[in-house]
Design a binder for this molecule. Structure first.
Ligand code: DOR
Length: 425
């Protein structure tokens, strides 16, 4: 049995920070201490050794849009970004509303062997908002998170029924908060910038109404609701109040919503088109404050690969979405005014708990625990070069941007799938 030692780093987990080497054998951490030796050594000098990152919101595009991403290329991007587990969104073609599609995604991910992939189930069949998906069957097969992401469930009666089932089945429903009657034809945030550019607007209230509705439905049914990619100041405030009321509500925010604003659309470049849209500087500040005080539990990327051809279409026809997996950690380190431990919490053990995979991911770095780990240098600097990304698509809004914080190694079940910033398969 090979003994691998991660040497010379600072361990950071739920119990704080300490200088220590970490020994890994047969998929588990077997020793944390000083001057450890082994058959293989990974240098962690100047680095943080932490539980692997967990992303609640990734579009892998397979099955259906393998021109933009595959489970293998998306898993590689995840591993390079420091993620050991990701939740795969169900807006595939066909959608993840049956056991057959869920099992297909799991099998492809296992074959790639780069990252644990947990496919989310749909709330409604084909994400059409009409008939509920077979929750019972999917829950029995280990699906814990259900969402129609890309679409919000518009019908409040259907959402209420979905939550009543969810409570009984002990599953979580994740909502894409968008009242579509208010966003028809919308291209960007509704505000002074969009009027100036003459583009149809996506008003903040379209998100906030559904955030409010689902908080109240969670209060009524007692079911867990996770609110996807919050983008407005008022949404953050609504979640803050819901948490103060003790409701079973959690929330996430994306790196793009805490780093970019609507003014970037001034050049009509579709790389900045995303759903929900980039908002104002005041909204961005509220998202940051929500992350800092824990109102927003998790940083999730909404990694949304799109082919170059589709993103080159005129702004009103181009699909919304941006890449996120390979830049998330650096953006969090560089842009959030938060202690590193809180950043890692929002990227690791807090999302692991929401995804209900906290038995394997986001674990303390301690003897006996599964060796799902990330080793990153918080002060290393690098520049985003789209052609060098592992994702099959190139739609990053951060091309040419200087970053601080770089993943050095990622271990999945003890297997070093990334060594010195290079994927091993
Ligand atoms: O920008 C987005 N892109 N938002 C979504 O909700 C869906 C996603 C996609 O699938 O491209």
């Amino acid at each position: 049995m090979t003994r691998l030692v991660i040497r010379g780093g600072t361990v950071l987990d739920q119990s704080g920070e300490r200088r220590a080497d970490v020994a890994v054998e047969d998929g588990r951490v077997t020793e944390v201490g000083s001057s450890l030796s082994g058959d293989q050594t990974l240098d962690a000098g100047g680095c943080i050794v932490a539980p692997g990152l967990v992303d609640l919101h990734v579009h892998l595009r397979e099955p259906g849009r393998e021109d933009a991403e595959t489970i293998e290329t998306g898993s590689r991007a995840a591993a390079l970004g420091g993620f050991t587990a990701i939740v795969a969104m169900p807006n595939t073609e066909p959608a993840q509303d049956s056991l057959a599609v869920i099992e297909f995604v799991r099998a492809q991910a296992k074959r790639a062997g780069l990252c644990d992939v947990h496919p989310a189930g749909c709330i409604t069949m084909n994400r059409e908002g009409k008939a509920l998906a077979p929750f019972g069957e999917l829950a029995a097969a280990g699906v814990h998170l259900f969402t129609d992401d890309g679409n919000g469930v518009q019908d409040p009666q259907l959402m209420r029924h979905a939550l009543e089932y969810a409570r009984v089945l002990d599953i979580t429903l994740a909502q894409h908060c968008e009242v579509t009657a208010l966003t028809k034809g919308a291209v960007m945030h509704e505000g002074s910038c969009c009027s100036h550019l003459g583009l149809p607007g996506w008003p903040a209230i379209a998100e906030e109404l559904m955030v409010h509705r689902d908080i109240e439905l969670s209060r009524l049914t007692g079911a867990r609701v996770h609110l996807l990619h919050l983008s407005t100041a008022r949404s953050v405030e609504l979640v803050r109040t819901a948490k103060a009321d003790g409701l079973a509500v959690s929330a996430e925010a994306t790196p793009h919503h805490f780093t970019l604003t609507d003014e970037l659309l001034a050049g009509y470049d579709a790389v900045y088109k995303v759903n929900p849209p980039l908002r104002t500087a005041a909204d961005l500040a509220a998202i940051k404050a929500g992350l800092a005080d824990g109102t927003i539990d998790a940083i999730a990327t909404d990694h949304a690969p799109h082919s170059p051809e589709s993103k080159e279409a005129p702004l009103d026809q181009a699909p919304p979405g941006m890449l996120g997996l390979e830049t998330a950690l650096a953006l969090a380190i560089g842009e959030l005014d938060m202690p590193l431990a809180d950043i890692v919490a929002a990227l690791s053990w807090k999302p692991a708990a929401i995804a209900r995979i906290g038995d394997l991911h986001g674990r303390p770095v301690a003897a006996g625990e599964p060796a799902n780990l990330v080793v990153f240098d918080p002060s290393a600097t690098w520049t985003v070069v789209p052609a060098k990304l592992a994702s099959k698509s190139r739609n990053t809004p951060y091309a040419g941007r200087a970053m601080r914080g770089q993943v050095r190694h990622t271990l999945l079940g003890g297997d070093p799938v990334v060594i010195d910033g290079t994927a091993q398969r």
